[in-house]
Design a protein around this ligand. Structure first.
Ligand code: 5GP
Ligand code: ZN
Length: 313
């Protein structure tokens, strides 16, 4: 996993880069991101969106027209999140949607709670949707059944939620993920992951980022979680592209080989009739934007010409 740097009141790290703390202060003063009032939820300015939209176009270009393109909503069927294994393995990150299904009497109770400033949410019930945790989770139910020869490639973009409240500008509870997903033959899934990692790292470095690949694991929850995380590392199933934001090495992309995990969970078969394997290459759009702002400064019009050309021409 990405190393976390202890923050002090220093303005500059040893290598001369501003600390994350100094970078965050300047970023918020510029209004590029604004606080929402709760940790990990940030209001995005037009400047920030100009950057994330340009990064999205670059990610789409990596696909070279080989992918079906979909946009997914910020909520997902609860049954899909369960089948994906997310509820069991990342219980602490899950976000639920609750709705009011009560009677007039329960409505009166809710109004009383609102007036008294007590917990009115206690009157709500869980809905049949949850907050989406990874954009690619929407892809697997679409692929259920027999795949065409060569498998399926899907480019997917969507807002994700993970309950990791933090005041750090790099740790969002609500953030955008843009993924290139492959579902098909085992050997092709691994090739897709490896090629996507190499091409993704190259894209990020042509944008002037100092990015390194690092073996990684997902933050599986609970006692069994440590074993799953060890297994993922031993299988070299996950890599991250890590770039500095201020002086904090930050995972701005990941490349994941899920083997038959999603194929088995969603009953996806290859054209030859065996359980499909999958892999996904995920770009964290908000973190890529932050890494760019950190590397090139807060005035986008003064970024290096080559970087601006790549992003906007
Ligand atoms: P993964 O599924 O590998 O955990 O996440 C894919 C990508 O989403 C990460 O490489 C990262 O760029 C982005 N991401 C994951 N967690 C966060 C977060 O807490 N905040 C932000 N801004 N991006 C995140
Ligand atoms: Zn994914």
């Amino acid at each position: 996993m990405t190393a976390h740097v202890t923050l002090g009141t220093r303005e500059q790290a040893r290598d001369g880069a501003p600390t994350l703390e100094a970078f965050s202060r300047q970023l918020l003063a510029s209004g590029i991101l604004s606080p929402s009032g709760v940790d990990g939820v940030w209001v995005r300015s037009a400047t920030f969106e100009r950057i994330t939209e340009a990064v999205q176009r670059s990610v789409t270009a990596l696909g070279r027209g080989r992918y079906e393109t979909i946009q997914v909503p910020p909520v997902i069927a609860r049954a899909t999140l369960e089948r994906a294994g997310y509820v069991r393995s990342f219980t602490d990150l899950v976000g639920s949607v609750h709705v009011f299904r009560g009677s007039d009497q329960q409505h009166a109770d809710l109004l009383r709670r609102c007036d008294a400033g007590t917990d009115w949410a206690a009157v709500l019930d869980p809905a049949d949707v949850m907050l989406s945790s990874a954009a690619c989770h929407h892809v697997y139910p679409m692929c259920a059944g027999r795949l065409p020869p060569g498998g399926r490639r899907v480019e997917v973009r969507g807002e994700c939620f993970r309950h990791e409240p933090s005041s750090q500008v790099t740790r969002h509870r609500s953030f955008r993920m843009h993924e290139l997903v492959f579902v098909g033959e085992p050997v092709d899934a691994l090739t897709h992951r490896d090629a996507g990692l190499a091409e993704g790292l190259e894209l990020l470095s042509t944008l002037g980022l100092t990015v390194e690949a690092a073996a990684a694991n997902d933050p599986f929850f609970g006692r069994a979680g440590a074993i799953l995380a060890d297994g993922q590392r031993q299988d070299a199933a996950k890599y991250e592209g890590v770039a500095p934001v201020g002086d904090l090495p930050t995972a701005i992309m990941s490349a994941n080989y899920a083997a038959e995990h999603f194929g088995a969970a969603f009953a996806i078969a290859t054209a030859g009739g065996v359980v499909a394997h999958s892999s996904c290459v995920a770009f964290g759009l908000d973190r890529v934007a932050l890494a760019l702002l950190s590397a090139h400064g807060l005035d986008v019009d003064r970024w290096p010409v080559g970087v601006r050309q790549r992003l906007w021409q």
